[in-house]
Design a protein around this ligand. Sequence first.
Ligand SMILES: *Cc1c(COP(=O)(O)O)cnc(C)c1O
Length: 341
Amino acid sequence: MAIKNLDWSKLGFGYIQTDYRYEAHYKDGKWDEGKLLTDPNIVMNECACVLQYAQTVFEGLKAYRTEDGRIVTFRPDLNAERMADSAETLVMPPYPKDKFIEAVIKTVKANEDWVPPFGSGASLYIRPFMFGYDSIIGVTPANEYKFRILTTPVGPYFKLGFKPLQLCVSDLNRAAPNGTGHIKAGLNYAMSLRAHEFAHSRGFDENMFTDPATSTKVEETGGANFLFITKDNKVVTPKSSSILPSITRRSLIYVAKEYLGMEVEEREVFVEELADFKECGLCGTAAVISPVGKIIDHDKLIMFPGSEHPEDSVTNKLYQTLTGIQMGKIEAPEGWIYEIK
Ligand SMILES: *Cc1c(COP(=O)(O)O)cnc(C)c1O
């Protein structure tokens, strides 16, 4: 056993095939035992429910190597719970929480040589996913499902390091009005691709989505939630039933309150008040928390002066504390860290 010989510092956020993946199958009303596989390919019928009706949900978390050489993962219990919620929304049988955690640990253990070294800035991304497997042409939920976990080593999502991000606000919305905006599902990503391409083609890093009903309230980006810092150092985060409840955001709120002694407000945030904030950050497993320097809302420029100097920003303090906890340098709250043994 030896850590793979990759140029970890050059890793982006791309798929690299690792040695093992996990698979469990649901049939006749129950999940089978599940096992590790070496074959990365999935064979299914052309009429599989996932292909025709997009019945699929996923999760994302990371495994890290700590300074003292252990391998750990961060709050997989919350991923298990969220995936069960997502599954329920799309009428899929939830994968049991204890089995989810066990499968994550088994898959990471089997791929431990792919967990990047401590200090490289890279980590092993873990992607559990579930989909309707059998052939469905009349509109109904599938009868058979597959639960899989793939892993791939990744670098930071935003390659810029701490260079502040630039966002735009297009008039394109994702699938929120039909009541699935709060779930982690490919359908939301498919619906966000046009706005994503709109933003990228104009040189922006991401699109900021607003609420689909009035377009006046801040929601999130395609794959990350917002945290704002007021001029008097309060943390403000948008409250909405159509954004994904980010585990990173929930963890950062705890860190802000309990580690940094800050006040936190979860409330509706209007686009109109954005210019009053000192800092803006995007948070998620992939982004951790990345500072946003400016948002262009059509012809209006919104600047976040504090985010332009990331070194001494609150965003950076939050980033350092959370990653310190994840990498085992700062003591974690009870139950946040699961060791892979
Ligand atoms: C995954 C995801 C996030 C971030 O959630 P984390 O649990 O922090 O990784 C935010 N928004 C969307 C739409 C997502 O899919």
